[in-house]
Design a protein around this ligand. Structure first.
Ligand code: ATP
Ligand code: MG
Length: 176
């Protein structure tokens, strides 16, 4: 799976609609401290189904919505879209969108159709590119792996091995 484009609006410091095209090869993001580099990576994790506000440096999920500054009022929603391209038989482009509104929680769309968080999580888990996959290594994550309890570390390794999607499907089947 390849990431093609990230679109953000009202997400953290990205108050105005912004678009980041991701070309083949290595992409670097440079800029002064506090300009929003980490926020871009967090937007990617968030649209892929991240459920923990803490791992997005917030206290609650609504903290991803632009909180306002001295000169600009806060926004009442945040929306992030990620355009992806699959491999082989799945080579078509698809766009995943997540939107959160104050007081109304968040919702997902896949190519414009309403889907569940679970559908999005499975899409990325199957591609071994989940919210916590080794493809996205955020600050402090290496230390967290070393300090993790055995069960947590096992889950990280299963995600890295690309079998987290299988376990999610088995759990789903067992509940039915
Ligand atoms: P560094 O080089 O220090 O790692 P960075 O480029 O990664 O910096 P970020 O951490 O992505 O910067 O951006 C931090 C900025 O985002 C801060 O100015 C912070 O106030 C702003 N920010 C974070 N959340 C929100 C929010 N909900 N509303 C408005 N601004 C926000
Ligand atoms: Mg940073």
């Amino acid at each position: 799976m390849r990431f093609r484009r990230l679109k953000l609006s009202g997400f953290k410091s990205f108050v105005e609609p912004a678009e980041l095209r991701i070309e083949p090869g290595l992409t670097g993001i440079v800029g002064p401290n506090g300009c929003g580099k980490s926020n871009l990576l967090e937007a990617m994790r968030w649209v892929m189904g991240e459920g923990s506000p803490k791992s997005l440096r917030g206290g609650g999920m609504e903290d991803v919505i632009f909180a306002g500054t001295a000169s600009r009022p806060a926004r009442d929603f945040a929306e992030v879209s990620l355009l992806i391209e699959g491999d082989g038989a799945e080579a078509r482009e698809r766009e995943v969108t997540r939107r959160i509104e104050r007081g109304a929680g968040s919702a997902y769309r896949l190519d414009g159709r309403d889907v569940r968080q679970k559908d999005v999580a499975l899409l990325f888990a199957d591609a071994a590119t989940g919210a916590h996959s080794p493809a996205l290594v955020s600050q402090g994550r290496i230390g967290a792996i070393i300090a993790a309890k055995p069960a947590e570390r096992r889950q990280m390794l299963e995600e890295a091995a690309g079998i987290a999607g299988l376990h999610a499907r088995r759990k789903d089947a067992e509940q039915k």
